[in-house]
Design a protein. Structure first.
Ligand SMILES: Cc1ncc(COP(=O)(O)O)c(C=O)c1O
Length: 404
């Protein structure tokens, strides 16, 4: 059969990469991988979940095992609305919240609701690799804007939007991860959050705010989400239970307005009818019982120590010309190698030294990022962080020597 001629345009664009092939080696047991984006297994509230599971079977068994409404379990949406209010002073009606099978699915659905082929999506550079693949399913054009220490370069953003509009392009939304960004670990200042809203207002654009990490803060004062400053209802906010409960339960949520929620729900009916109801009851009890507020400080403490250890190890092991971000929260830091080294080539050397990372190019839709890499500091054991960063330092030094 001539399968190739039957594939859709989009599936023809779906290809693996040489780097993904290389990352297979990262799964070998003697390789220390800072590549994955996984929470630490110690962050999972296993005892709490055992208790919750019994409670669900006793009290909601028949509902939890049944199909549910597409928008999500009503009591969970109410609890999410309450948490948005308590934590971020964001007032939202539960009817403006839709619960999804992970926020990854939100990236896909929101982009499907807004993007036509060729429409412009605007993002930070670098940006979340999963957003690049979700949005690419709509075959958009990308407009990327340099991420600085305190957020996007907003002069560059303004100029690029102006140019795109002059060229009769259609920018639809600006996708940002303003707090403890994945991959860079950076956080936008309040000024830039407000200024972004002004720019979005000037050009009548939507802001799509992805916020998986803001509750995982180690140091510094909390910063409110952009949604908090939004007076014109132009921010779509997305949260997830993956980093504060478990990614395996696959639950995220989108807060928008009724019109957008309805479009997502109509789309979702064709995708999966409803979000995993059983998981929704777990999350509901986790919120309602207050277990979440006892668990988050434990997660923060665990990750703060790991971040400190990784920063210290980098300090000790990296040669001059290698720099990195110092995140106040989240799960990742971003390393830049100023030696003209290509981190895709370096990955081979790193794997020979039994250590892995994600290459910077994965986080740019346009192939940039060759001198950078993302390191995850939450998953590895402490001794592996020290050993793994030592191995990475050695690999970089060897590559620099080979280059000269
Ligand atoms: C910025 C960002 N958005 C979305 C996701 C997807 O998370 P999930 O689908 O587990 O909610 C992740 C996961 O790492 C992420 O870092």
């Amino acid at each position: 059969m001539d399968l190739e001629s039957k594939f859709s345009d989009i599936s023809k664009t779906l290809k693996g990469s040489a780097v993904r092939e290389l990352l297979k080696y990262a799964e070998q047991p003697d390789v220390i991988s800072f590549g994955g984006g996984m929470p630490n297994p110690k962050s999972f509230p296993i005892e709490n979940i055992k208790e919750i599971l019994n409670n669900i079977m006793d009290n909601y068994g028949t509902k939890a095992l049944q199909y549910g409404t597409t928008e999500g379990v009503t009591e969970l949406r109410e609890q999410i609305a309450k948490r948005m209010k308590d934590k971020f002073s964001i007032s939202t009606n539960p009817s403006n919240i839709i619960v999804l099978n992970g926020s990854q699915s939100g990236l896909y659905m929101v982009s499907k609701v807004f993007l036509n082929r060729g429409d412009y999506v605007i993002s930070e550079a670098p940006t979340y690799v999963g957003a690049i693949s979700a949005f690419n399913a709509q075959m958009p054009s990308w407009l990327t804007v340099e991420l600085k220490e305190d957020g996007m370069d907003l002069n560059e953003l303004d100029a690029k939007i102006k140019k795109a509009i002059n060229e009769k392009k259609v920018p639809k939304f600006i996708y940002v991860i303003p707090t403890f960004q994945n991959p860079a670990g950076l956080t936008w200042s309040v000024d830039k959050r407000k200024h972004l809203l002004e720019i979005a207002s000037k050009y009548d654009l939507i802001i799509f705010e992805d916020d998986p990490y803001s509750e995982i803060r180690f140091t510094g004062d909390p910063v409110m989400p952009i949604k908090y400053y939004d007076k014109e209802d132009r921010v779509i906010y997305m949260g997830t239970f993956s980093k504060v409960l478990s990614p395996g339960i696959r639950l995220g949520w989108v807060v928008s307005n009724e019109a957008i929620t309805r479009k997502i729900a109509l789309l979702k009916q064709g995708v999966d009818l409803c979000t995993n109801v059983f998981s929704q009851y777990i999350a509901l009890e986790y919120l309602r019982s207050g277990m979440i507020d006892k668990q988050i400080p434990k997660i923060v403490e665990l990750y703060r120590k790991k971040r400190d250890l990784m920063l210290k190890s980098l300090e000790e092991s990296m040669p001059e010309g290698v720099t990195w971000t110092r995140p106040n929260g989240g799960m990742f830091l971003w390393v830049t190698v100023d030696w003209g080294l290509d981190t895709e080539k370096l990955l081979k050397k790193a794997l020979e030294n039994k250590v892995a990372y994600v290459v910077g190019t994965a986080f740019y839709p346009d192939g940039r990022g060759r001198n950078s890499m993302r390191l995850n500091f939450t998953y590895s054991r402490d001794e592996d962080i020290v050993e793994g960063i030592g191995r990475l330092g050695k690999a970089i030094k060897e590559e620099i020597k080979n280059k000269n």
